[in-house]
Design a protein around this ligand. Structure first.
Ligand SMILES: C[S@@+](CC[C@H](N)C(=O)[O-])C[C@H]1O[C@@H](n2cnc3c(N)ncnc32)[C@H](O)[C@@H]1O
Length: 350
């Protein structure tokens, strides 16, 4: 695999903490995506298995017999979740495996595949999307949580180092990532086109707002401090010496500039989830029995084009299920947040 520069086993504790920290986001998405009629749902590239655990939580309420599967190329990352959640099936699988192999490890074709922050590690993103589309049942959904805005936690000027130090850290992270993934084939277009090229329909994107005003406290503050420490470690080679030394001060609890002592850190980001549905397989053609002057395939095209008009009434393939998406036409326009609310909307008093 082309991400061999990453030491995922060493990241396991970090991924578990991320999974727990984002539990609210995962619960929102699981409530939208998991259906009571589903048989198999997969969290692919699951890491600490935040979504698999949320899907299990959701299924306890609506579909206790649901098979929830966590798949990842590295078993170390989900070891803790597997020990804590014996009712989730975990297995090693990668985006480079064949769809037959992935189905075998998952226990069958999937109604829903969720992949957050993992597909960009695939050797070939487009080919991975095609494989995942193939693993889906007809009418199943592929949900790819990738991109959105960069997460912001800091004001532009901290009074130490040059303003914008976090923007330069983000740029250094990208450089490091490209170095580690030098052999990979990223798509020269966005995820929605990738999903369409994989044969999916009803492509649309949902932006979920993370909004935690300052001051951050407790687990949120710990998460931010741990995240910056990780990022500085990863991106060190690409940071200017002045920035590196400022970061060392900012992350040192003994230093007066320690970020953990500030009350102006916040959490603001929009995370994009791109979704597509596998078309329902069309049943065999059954011609109208009543004589007609027109050939069925030359009937006037309707919303579904000529093809569906070739079917007798009553045998039209059912549209892909997943009513939650019906209200979100695939316009590509920014989604409203009204229906789903923010991951955190409450304001804290000082
Ligand atoms: C950044 S982590 C994201 C983990 C989790 N989905 C989350 O959002 O916290 C990327 C995950 O993708 C997994 N991964 C990397 N390359 C992979 C591949 N080719 N196939 C499957 N999983 C892969 C890693 O082991 C890691 O757990």
């Amino acid at each position: 695999m082309s991400d061999e520069g990453f030491d995922w086993a060493a990241e396991a504790a970090h991924l578990v903490a991320n999974a727990q920290n984002d539990a609210e986001f995962y619960d929102i998405m699981a409530a939208e995506l998991v259906r009571d009629t589903d048989d198999i749902v997969i969290d692919f590239g699951c890491g600490g298995a935040g979504m698999a655990v949320a899907m299990r939580r959701r299924s306890r309420k609506i579909n206790p017999s649901l098979r929830v599967v966590g798949l990842d190329a590295h078993h170390e990352v989900y070891a803790e979740a597997a020990a804590d959640h014996p009712d989730i099936s975990f297995a090693v699988a990668s985006f480079e495996d064949s769809s037959d192999e992935i189905r075998r490890r998952a226990g069958g074709a999937a109604d829903l595949i969720w992949a957050r922050g993992s597909l960009h590690h695939a050797d070939d993103e487009q080919s991975a999307l095609r494989t995942l589309a193939d693993v889906l049942k007809s009418g199943g959904t592929l949900a790819v949580a990738e991109g959105g805005t960069t997460v912001a936690h800091l004001p532009d000027h901290l009074g130490i180092g040059e303003p914008g130090i976090h923007h330069r850290l983000a740029a250094a992270m990208h450089q490091n990532y490209r170095r580690l993934m030098a052999d990979a084939t990223p798509m020269p277009y966005g995820w929605p086109i990738g999903l369409r090229n994989a044969g999916l329909i009803r492509i649309h994107t949902r932006n979920v707002l993370f909004d935690k005003p300052a001051p951050l406290e407790g687990a949120d503050m710990d998460h931010v401090l741990r995240k910056y420490a990780k990022q500085v470690e990863w991106a060190e080679d690409f940071l200017e010496p002045d920035d590196l030394s400022a970061w060392r001060q900012l992350l040192n609890p003994e230093d007066p500039a320690w970020l953990g002592a500030r009350d102006d850190l916040f959490w603001l980001a929009a995370l994009s989830v791109h979704m597509g549905v596998k078309p329902t397989e069309l049943p065999p053609l059954r011609m109208r029995t009543a004589p007609t002057n027109r050939s069925p395939v030359s009937a006037e095209p309707g919303a579904f084009g000529h093809y569906n008009h070739a079917y007798a009434a009553g045998s039209r393939p059912s549209p892909p299920r997943r009513p939650a998406y019906e209200a979100d036409p695939p316009t590509g326009k920014p989604q409203r947040h009204r229906r789903h609310g923010d991951v955190s909307t409450h304001r804290r008093g000082r």
